[in-house]
Write a protein that binds this ligand. Sequence first.
Ligand SMILES: [Zn+2]
Length: 111
Amino acid sequence: MKKRMSHNMGAITRKEIEEFAELVLEDFLGWRFSWSAASPSICDKEQEIIWIAKRYIGRYPWEAKENVLHETAHINTWPSDSFHGEEFYREYIRLLQIHMAGGGGKSGEGC
Ligand SMILES: [Zn+2]
């Protein structure tokens, strides 16, 4: 009898999310990352903090990273595009290409 393949895609740790967020925010002077017990995550312009919901700890890595990039994309597109319009998605895709798709990374590698 054949064994079924696992569908487990891995689980991200608290530390991995923190390191990812710190790396992403290196390009956003003054901004920092903090955990939020509440959900959803938010981009706090007044305090210059992206608050990431703790519920992402232990979830799929792409979920947590996508959430960090989503909130980061609000930094330079709020309030001009606070409702996820074209300007927001242009910035979001730029961040995805750098941090998740391997293109345009800081190392200069990728396609
Ligand atoms: Zn949003």
